[in-house]
Ligand binder design. Structure first.
Ligand code: ZN
Length: 379
């Protein structure tokens, strides 16, 4: 049974695999994998797709049959509770998104309303698709705060204003009648870009989420890195201006106080009047506004300043930039590249590539779906 679970876990979610890849991942022999895969196909858990995967890194290797988890097994729910709104995704175990809903709401100040809205909307989407409750496999929740993984509670001090006393997972579990797993949103963005997006071929990467919240997720040697208390990757609270603005966390000059939505709008107020959040900023950036391009270049350089020592220490292959601000494009990315080129020590041999995420602002909710899938009982 343990080997069967190992094979299934190697084949899980969104990235079809070959028998050879399963053998490599699990360390099981080709014959054992072949027998277990046959059993899982016979039980309807795995399916053989009608296309083949080219052999990677094997001279003369032949393309092999692609295996995936059977999408008919059930549906997963991903919820992203960001600072400025909620995103809800319904997806199959093969990674196909079946329904999506976004809603702008002040998440920071209305925990009870927000959770009720998220639960009822997700269940409405399920009903709209005619999915029976027994076909729901679980819920993943991405939150803009550190999460203590063992207790499934928010770390202290809570960065969302009124959320300190709210037990998110038990409340949603009771309301939805499903298993619920909670994780930090930037960590889940990293998981999604690694499994499904821009970093699909890298096993060492830093994902940076630049939205109303600022954070990072780390994948190191093929595993999402949690840190001691589940709070790894709090890039938004790395000091970049020693005597800068006071941050909600109690430090001064945190990256978040420099590149957060409010900070960017304040910096533009003198020259551009009222800029309403990221929507206006993205629009102005795409129209080539020189002041906004300068602002975004400076924001990128601030992000690079926080990232450079991390890249020197961890030696990642890739830095993936996600979140709403990533939609502003090249001025921001070039600012980051410029600072990393200058700031990452030559002893690491190369500066990591900096790429925009390919999953957009969906990444965190997709990561929530993946984490729900990791805990689901597929048989
Ligand atoms: Zn801070």
């Amino acid at each position: 049974m343990r080997n069967r679970r190992a094979v299934l876990s190697a084949a899980r979610f969104g990235r079809p695999v070959t028998r050879l890849e399963i053998a490599r991942t699990t360390g099981l022999s080709a014959a054992t994998v072949s027998g277990l895969v046959a059993g899982l196909i016979a039980d309807g858990v795995l399916v053989e797709l009608d296309w083949r995967i080219p052999a990677a890194g094997v001279a003369g290797g032949r393309p092999a049959a692609a295996l995936a988890v059977n999408s008919a097994l059930g549906t997963l729910i991903g919820i992203h509770l960001a600072h400025a709104g909620i995103r809800i995704l319904l997806a199959g175990v093969d990674g196909t998104v079946r329904a999506e809903h976004t809603h702008y709401i002040d998440v920071d100040h209305r925990p009870a309303d927000t959770l009720e809205y998220a639960a009822s909307t997700a269940l409405d989407l399920v009903a709209d698709l005619g999915i029976p409750h027994r076909k729901l496999l679980g819920v993943g929740v991405a939150v803009s705060a550190p999460v203590l993984l063992h207790s499934q509670t928010l770390g202290s001090p809570p960065m969302l204003n009124d959320w300190g006393e709210v037990d998110i997972a038990p409340r949603l579990r009771k309301r939805m009648g499903l298993p619920v797993h909670l994780r930090n949103d930037a960590d889940l963005g990293a998981l999604a870009e690694w499994r499904l997006g821009a970093a699909a071929s890298a096993d060492n990467l830093v994902y940076v989420m630049l939205s109303e919240g600022v954070g990072a997720g780390l994948v190191l040697q093929g595993r999402l890195y949690d840190g001691d208390a589940g709070a790894a990757g709090e890039l938004g609270h790395v000091t970049v201006v020693p005597d800068g603005q006071v941050c909600r966390c109690g430090s001064r000059g945190c990256l978040k106080t420099v590149v957060g939505a409010r900070a960017l709008a304040t910096t533009l107020a003198h020259s551009h009047g009222s800029v309403r959040g990221f929507t206006d900023l993205i629009d102005l950036a795409h129209r080539g506004d020189p002041g906004v391009r300068r602002l975004l270049g400076d924001a990128g350089r601030a992000v690079g300043t926080a990232l450079a020592p991390i890249c020197t220490v961890l030696n990642p292959e890739l830095v993936v930039i996600g979140g709403t601000l990533a939609q502003t494009g090249e001025p921001l990315l070039n600012g980051i590249r410029e600072t990393l080129t200058r700031g990452v020590s030559p002893v690491t041999n190369r500066t990591p590539d900096v790429l925009p995420g390919t999953l957009g602002t969906r990444a965190e909710a997709l990561g929530a779906v993946i984490t729900a899938n990791q805990f689901a009982d597929l048989g």
